[in-house]
Design a protein around this ligand. Structure first.
Ligand code: BG6
Length: 504
């Protein structure tokens, strides 16, 4: 997130090298994001896109396939002239980390191309591959010195999620990468940070004087973070069954939301200060014992059902999912943050697939008014004060408070004050990746994850992974596709005398 002025500036000339260019991510998100940047004139004037495939492919074939993807996934109407200009920049080069000589050949081709396009040697490598390929590719980029910053040129590496599968593997990947490049060259991407509403959490908290004084344990009862999805696992069975809802969503997307809501004010709005505060608050999440982890978590797996008109099959009968799988497709956790601001304030997190409603939000529940002045009136139970930051599908902020219902007797009802982005701002829909890719091109890593944050995130979820592994199927509940998730999800809050905000 840079200031408006620097947002206007065009990035330096560079080459944009995509590993995994034939895959889903490149077609669905990366190229549509580059298209959006091209359409707003935010790509460098001297620019080339290099698609790395394991086997050589004619440029035309790759361009056609990317064009098809663009037509399907673009977030705005595609202007043929802009799309053509963008895709003419695409060259396909073959390289496979299993064949080191192919990286030497790729280096020669890339350097020739860079000389032709006058990119000045600035390079951005985007690892849009399955995670198992991150380290082998980075090792080859290191060996061939393609990532070495010399002669004034910058070299950057975007690494997709999932970054590791647990604390140990995340540390190993960080160590491996840091042997090859400096931390300032690594851009660990989490597309949640590209979402406007997520970035707005910082602005809401720190550009307004009225929230921060009450943003603490004295006034906040608890925080709920929800990322509910309607989609089932679809064709991602093989990835998902080895991953599960916790690894797929919590240490990355949900923790981005948590850290922005819970961090201390940074001393400056720069990458170092903001990322340090985020890392600190993640490190302050209490590490639970395995017994506590079992008590403070629930997991579920969906069974067949209907969502709207769509029939969703049983998770266990999904392509590439084991028929006796114990992988969770729903998880809810209770976490606490051990610092002065948040001591005693639970953070409840939940996320699941194949649920009845798609919704991403952070709901901050404030404490009840301290004095029950209306006890003897017809209203003795006030409704709850929530501040809700809605990320998807609604983008906005809602404040719920109590008001008097007009009439002769005192009657109180909960009402809402609503801010909706679409009512105030006209923004073209985006993939969320364009901000991140643009920021990487201008060298601003404020919206990317630093090594310590990633490790702190895994540290916090590791006890759940360990406890569930030992428990196997014990404790795994089922829920019907299209429902609100397993009943045990409600129990996690009910035993604390609380409840989830209802699905809207
Ligand atoms: C991805 C997960 O990182 O995020 C998917 O791998 C998930 O399983 C997706 O569906 C959710 O992103 P969004 O932007 O739709 O909330």
């Amino acid at each position: 997130m840079t200031d408006a002025a620097s947002k206007q500036k065009k990035p330096d000339p560079c080459s944009f090298v995509i590993f995994g260019v034939t895959g889903d991510l490149a077609h669905r998100l990366v190229i549509p994001a580059l298209y959006n940047l091209a359409a707003t004139d935010l790509l460098p004037d001297k620019f080339c896109i290099v698609g790395i495939a394991r086997k050589a492919m004619p440029n035309e074939a790759l361009r056609d396939s990317l064009m098809k993807g663009l037509r399907e996934f673009a977030t705005r109407p595609v202007d043929d002239a802009i799309a053509k200009r963008l895709l003419e920049c695409v060259t396909c080069i073959a390289a496979d980390p299993k064949d080191p000589a192919s990286f030497d050949r790729m280096r020669e081709q890339l350097e020739r191309l860079e000389a032709n396009r006058a990119t000045g040697g600035n390079r951005l490598f985007y690892l849009a591959t399955p995670p198992g390929a991150f380290a082998p590719i980075a090792r080859e980029l290191g060996r061939t010195e393609l990532l070495k910053e010399d002669g004034g040129a910058w070299r950057r590496l975007i690494v997709e999620k999932p970054f590791g599968t647990d604390l140990e593997s995340a540390k190993a990947l960080n160590n491996e990468l840091l042997k090859i490049v400096d931390e300032h060259q690594i851009y660990r991407i989490d597309h949640y940070l590209g979402k406007e509403t997520v970035q707005n959490i910082l602005v809401l908290r720190f550009a307004n004087g009225m929230f921060e004084p009450i943003w603490n344990r004295n006034h906040i009862d608890h925080v709920q973070i929800t990322v509910d999805e309607k989609l089932g696992v679809g064709h991602r069975g093989s990835f998902y069954d080895a991953t599960g809802a916790l690894r797929d969503m919590v240490p990355n997307h949900l923790f981005q939301l948590l850290s922005l809501v819970a961090m201390e004010p940074p001393i400056r709005f720069d990458a170092h200060s903001v990322r340090s505060e985020k890392a600190d608050v993640l490190a302050a999440i209490q590490t639970q014992s395995e017994t506590e982890a079992l008590r403070n978590s629930v997991r579920g797996q969906y069974q067949g059902g209907k969502i709207g008109d769509a029939e969703i099959e049983d998770y266990r009968t999904t392509e590439d999912v084991k028929p006796d799988s114990t992988t969770e497709t729903y998880v809810a956790l209770k976490l606490t943050i051990d610092n002065w601001r948040w001591a005693g304030v639970p953070f409840y997190l939940r996320t699941g697939k194949a649920l009845g409603v798609k919704r991403t939000e952070v709901a901050i529940k404030f404490k009840q008014a301290p004095f029950a002045m209306f006890r003897d009136t017809p209203v003795d139970r006030l409704s709850q004060n929530y501040l809700v930051i809605s990320v998807e599908p609604t983008e906005g902020i809602t404040l719920q408070f109590n008001t008097k219902v007009p009439g002769p007797v005192i009657s109180i009802d909960g009402v809402e004050m609503k801010f909706r982005y679409k009512d105030y701002f006209k923004a073209e829909p985006s993939t969320g990746y364009e901000t991140l890719i643009y920021d990487c091109m201008i060298g601003d890593n404020i919206l990317f994850q630093r090594a310590d944050s990633v490790e702190a995130g895994w540290q916090a979820v590791q006890p759940f992974l360990d406890a569930w592994k030992k428990a196997g199927a014990k404790g795994l509940e089922t829920y019907k596709a299209g429902s609100e998730g397993p009943a045990c999800g409600d129990e996690l809050l009910r035993r604390d005398g609380r409840s989830w905000r209802k699905l809207g």
